[in-house]
Design a protein around this ligand. Structure first.
Ligand code: ADP
Length: 249
């Protein structure tokens, strides 16, 4: 049985045409199993953002196939894609992106509201308690520290039980200790809540705790710690990352 929630098959994305075309992503093949934490690394300009955007349905590849939750999203209409982004994908950004006028709880409930679904304050409170923000439901983002705002963003990303949570430098604007706490929460979301997380990072602390590290260079996938192990049981865990986790738990 295939338990990959995200699959990219020969995905390429180029910008511009002719001689000035930039190949931001070149024939990238990746399978992401459910309940895993994948880190995407590489130098600036190597295609990390383009990878994340194509995988999350924010951008369309020039060629190749992206499958999310078993559905081909690279050919979906804009309308279907926009629904998919609201319901099947969660996002965590470097700059948190919370709405300052809304309370913490309203921010967490926003994805349900935008999708016209019943709001579930009890679930929002539960998720907020899990990220350590019990009792802060009525606070506004401006009253919280950066780390606390990122905790809210994680609760918001999980509220719809998405197929995949995509995170773009989620620890990038936090100090080391706070970044480590945020990473712990993402790890817990995978290990305890069964989430699947794909994140772009420069942070070596993040790659140590990932199940899998994908390295991009000039738009190509040049290293994949999970390649090879994938076919054995569908779960790809880097031995190094597993050893590190073993010490931490
Ligand atoms: P990274 O996230 O690793 O820094 P990007 O995915 O942002 O890399 O960019 C990969 C390459 O594609 C770079 O050469 C960048 O200049 C180019 N690129 C990205 N977005 C655009 C765009 N909208 N138009 C033209 N070129 C782009």
């Amino acid at each position: 049985m295939n338990n990959n929630v995200l699959e990219l098959e020969r995905v390429s994305r180029s910008y511009g045409r002719g001689e000035r075309a930039v190949n931001a992503l070149c024939e990238v093949d990746v399978q992401v199993p459910e309940r895993s934490l994948t880190a995407v690394i590489g130098p600036s300009g190597s295609g990390k953002s383009t990878f994340l955007q194509c995988a999350a349905g924010l951008d369309r590849p020039t060629s190749g196939v992206v499958r999310l939750g078993g559905r081909v999203i690279s050919e979906m209409s804009e309308r279907s894609l926009s629904r998919l982004r609201r319901t099947q994908v969660g996002f965590v950004f470097q700059s948190f992106n919370l709405l300052p006028a809304l309370t913490v709880q309203q921010n967490v409930l926003l994805p349900l509201r935008l999708d016209g679904r019943r709001r579930d304050p009890a679930r929002a409170r539960k998720l907020l308690a899990r990220v350590g923000l019990d009792g802060r439901e009525e606070a506004r983002p401006g009253e919280l520290s950066g780390g606390q705002q990122q905790r809210v963003a994680i609760a918001r990303a999980l509220i719809t039980e998405p197929e995949v949570v995509f995170a773009d430098e989620p620890t990038g604007s936090l100090d080391q200790k706070t970044g480590a706490e945020i990473l712990n929460l993402l790890r817990e979301a995978v290990d305890q809540q069964g989430a699947t997380v794909v994140l772009v990072t420069h942070d070596p602390a993040v790659t140590e705790r990932a199940d899998r590290v994908l390295r991009l260079a000039e738009g190509r996938l040049v290293h994949d710690t999970g390649a090879g192990a994938a076919s054995a049981n569908g779960i790809t865990r880097s031995p190094a990352a597993a050893a590190v986790k073993g010490q931490i738990r």
